[in-house]
Design a protein. Structure first.
Length: 164
């Protein structure tokens, strides 16, 4: 089944939360993550409107959305606007989290963006190393290495915070 513009509302409903979480893991600001999410779905709408681009399945759309979200987040971080303004508190982003989940989320956010992305895709989205390599367009050994480094950094953070 090929996807067209008529599938856009379903794509938004199915993937909006994922796109927002990935964007937030990069930009660490609810408002900026909302902007990135909106931009990503505008791009998706344009792509689905064009007859040249065809997504064969929802899985292809999801991988495309992840890649576009990462790129859009990185672009926002490089922009002059982002560096000149002061960030607002982001209590809304972590409002629904409590206890250990909130703490772990905060520790994951201390990692470099490339490690946060690998952790998110592997543990939260349940992608395999091979799938992550395809989405991020890097080698599987690189994914494995970054995943190991991310785990080690999280372990160090947790040990310094008093977790055994």
């Amino acid at each position: 089944m090929t996807l067209g513009v008529e599938h856009f509302p379903v794509c938004v409903a199915n993937h909006r939360a994922m796109v927002f979480r990935i964007a937030y893991s990069y930009v660490k600001c609810v408002h900026d993550a909302d902007d990135v999410t909106q931009d990503v779905f505008l791009k998706l709408y344009r792509v689905l409107s064009e007859s040249e681009t065809v997504f064969v399945a929802d899985v292809n759309v999801k991988a495309w959305l992840i890649r576009v979200t990462i790129n859009a987040s990185k672009s926002l971080l490089k922009s002059n606007w982002r560096t000149r303004r002061a960030d607002l508190p982001d209590s809304a982003a972590t409002q629904s989290m409590t206890g250990d989940c909130l703490e772990l989320h905060e520790y994951i956010n201390e990692l470099k963006p490339k490690y946060r992305t690998i952790i998110y895709l592997y543990y939260y989205e349940r992608y395999s190393v091979k799938e992550i390599a395809g989405i991020l367009k890097i080698r599987q050994t690189t994914v494995t290495t970054q995943l190991g480094r991310a785990r080690n950094q999280l372990k160090e953070i947790l040990l310094t915070e008093g977790f055994a």
